[in-house]
Design a binder for this molecule. Sequence first.
Ligand SMILES: Nc1ncnc2c1ncn2[C@@H]1O[C@H](COP(=O)(O)OP(=O)(O)OP(=O)(O)O)[C@@H](O)[C@H]1O
Length: 643
Amino acid sequence: MMGGILIVEDEFAVADQLKGVLETAGYQVCGIAVSVAKALSLMESSRPQLVLLDIQLKGTANGITLAHQLHSKCIPFIYLSANSSESVLREAKLTQPYGFLVKPFREKDLLVAIDIALFRHQKSTEYKTMELNSVRKSLRDINLLTEMDERIPGSVPEILQNIVPFDYFTCLKNENKMLRIQYPGYLRTDFREYQRLGFTELSNISGHQKGVLKELSLESPALNNPFIRTMADFDGLARSSSLAGFYSRFFRLKSCLCYPLLMADGDIQVMCFFSKTGNTYQQEHIQKLDVVRSHLEAAFSKLFAPVTGRQLTQKPQAGSASSVSGSSFAGIVGRSSAVLMIFDLIRKVAQRDTSVLILGENGTGKERIAKSIHSLSARKDRPFIIVNCASLPIDLIESELFGHEKGAFTGAADTRTGKFEMADGGTIFLDEIGEMPLSAQVKLLRVLQQREIERVGGRSLIRVDIRVIAATNRNLEKEVASGRFRMDLYYRLNVFPVTMPPLRDRKEDIPLLAEYFLKRQQEHAGGEYPYEISREVMSQLLSYDWPGNVRELENFIERAVVMTSGYYIDNLSLLKGDFCEEGSDRRRIRTMEENEREHIIHVLRLCDSKIYGPGGAAELLKIPPTTLASKMKKLGIVKGIGV
Ligand SMILES: Nc1ncnc2c1ncn2[C@@H]1O[C@H](COP(=O)(O)OP(=O)(O)OP(=O)(O)O)[C@@H](O)[C@H]1O
């Protein structure tokens, strides 16, 4: 096997035993290193295919230090550690390992972890190659154009967005080691919409004279010396440099990546990507830029060649913003940087058959995103089957998922097709995967690996062609650590994770979402006039934390419309759920739904949020737990939050 596996472990006996296990399983071991220094020197002579990495090592540097280097060299690695404390796990997670095994572990777990790591690495390499090929092609296209930003408006920022995400992009001119504004910047305003900001626009936004803007500066990185500034480092940069301070203040930016390019005329121009999120940029973005560097230099040399009529003060072209919202991501509202990044991710992954794992709190739109991935994929005309793993009756899970033959068990009067078969050719969405019992997880893993199912009581295997999207609001890593979720299944599903941000972290979307839900209410009611929210109520919506996320906002709007007699929503007590205004001549009657919601919350509080089992809320309410769970979902009740 090319490359082989490198073992980095300071206890010789353990390392030797690992070597034996790996060789018996058919792997080649390319070396054993007891320290980071030894590992690095071994890696100079041959690049391992995979590294098994202990965290505590001899010498000053530990495994996590080496992990950063492995990550930047794109070498997959699995941690083997006796220490599974949360703080170590947190630190280790930042290095993006392909697996984590807590010592002592079983031989079988090790081999499964290696198998998964190699599978994931192969997928991600294929994915990166495809992505970079498409970027190279786009950059070649730019190179063919002379006045490109006028002929294909918006194309440059879109192509760059595919390489490195940004909310604001500009190219700065290097003059005596200082960077200054010379060319326009692009502010992202929607999925495919960018506002082109030249001196005139920047001056209008900031109120600074153009002369002042021309004086702003930032220390230039040397050629071949790009830099990333995130979180506190970016704040430091914004304080020490007038230009970074200007961008950070006016566009609320929190991190940046600056990458110098050598132009055909010998000048240095620095591409600057800025993000509204503090931790957007990683070494891997620089690596991507390195790969397409010559194409970027050629394209930008062309772009910045002195052509009259393309000065920075030029007015934005008519139609310089093209919007696709409403088509590809139908029904998903949001323009915050966090949501636009999710759009970028799903547009990239939709075309491929990769499994996607959608993470996020309840009501953040996981199901919506899953549907969107399906409808953007080549499978869009085939079925999209939703399975709610939390509400599958334990004794019927297998039959629900895989179907059964007639007479397979008492009560199986007919042959039944399972969800996986129904989804053949399309997508299966496994919602609340974290709730799936362990026994069913084994079977699911087999389907994911072999793409074959066996009906209960059946004798033959049936091939299924499916794309799997799973979602959960649980921290699956914790579930794995506590033994409630299979590690191999977790890594199989976690090929392409997408994390939905909670609504409180993207409050700028609240007015848009509110408007969208109000419009829907108006359409439902067939109303003549649009509903409107008063400024005071809107400011309450903006300051509320929305523990139930978008679903809670949606429910709020629905209630507000019901509770309001006209079209203007200005009742400030709406958010408190107190609809009986003192002295009002029209005391409100609570709806059945409101009563039901309140009653469920009351009972949940009585039983400490326990739903299932003896003494649980379902038992007290005399309804099946699955019914209670779906009622809670419908009514926007989130366990543990206000309950
Ligand atoms: N960005 C959005 N734009 C418009 N509607 C949205 C958006 N996000 C969520 N919604 C709406 O909010 C509700 C909850 O969304 P969804 O069911 O997709 O969330 P979820 O994360 O899957 O929730 P759960 O974890 O409880 O299953 C749905 O009615 C959905 O239509």
